[in-house]
Design a protein around this ligand. Structure first.
Ligand code: CO
Length: 134
């Protein structure tokens, strides 16, 4: 069901510093920051030849990433995103298998303007999983 790895997301306490590391130290192509108020984050995408990195930084007081950074002050891998062809079919299959879909199970529009869902990390080996319909 899942397809390509769309991105690996890294929560960062200092977005400008993280951008500098990827742009200047690692020599990657770094995009401009995008505010995602519905998700409580500011994101910066970085292109790699075979996938993307998504730097995520809290936006607003209720950001889910703020709690993650409170537990991981230096930052860390926050989620991985797999591509699916049909997000509603993927959700229905996962729910039938007993997996927990976060946020009530209705897809939201993600950073690429496409529908996304998040899956509970306890059902996926401790890793928060994002599904993006492509
Ligand atoms: Co993501």
């Amino acid at each position: 069901m899942i397809g390509r790895l769309n991105h690996v997301a890294i929560a960062v306490p200092d977005l400008d510093a993280a951008v500098a590391v990827y742009r200047d130290t690692l020599g990657a192509r770094v995009h401009d920051p995008q505010d995602q108020p519905e998700h409580g984050v500011t994101v910066v995408f970085i292109d790699l030849p075979n996938t993307k990195i998504e730097l995520v930084h809290p936006l607003g007081a209720a950001s889910p990433v703020a709690a993650f950074l409170a537990r991981n002050p230096a930052g860390g891998i926050h989620h991985i995103c797999y591509e699916v062809a049909d997000i509603a079919a993927a959700r229905d299959r996962l729910v039938a298998a007993g997996a927990r879909v976060l946020g009530g199970g209705e897809p939201k529009i993600g950073a690429h303007g496409k529908p996304v869902l998040f899956l509970h990390p306890k059902d996926f080996n401790g890793c928060l999983v994002e599904l993006e319909q492509v």
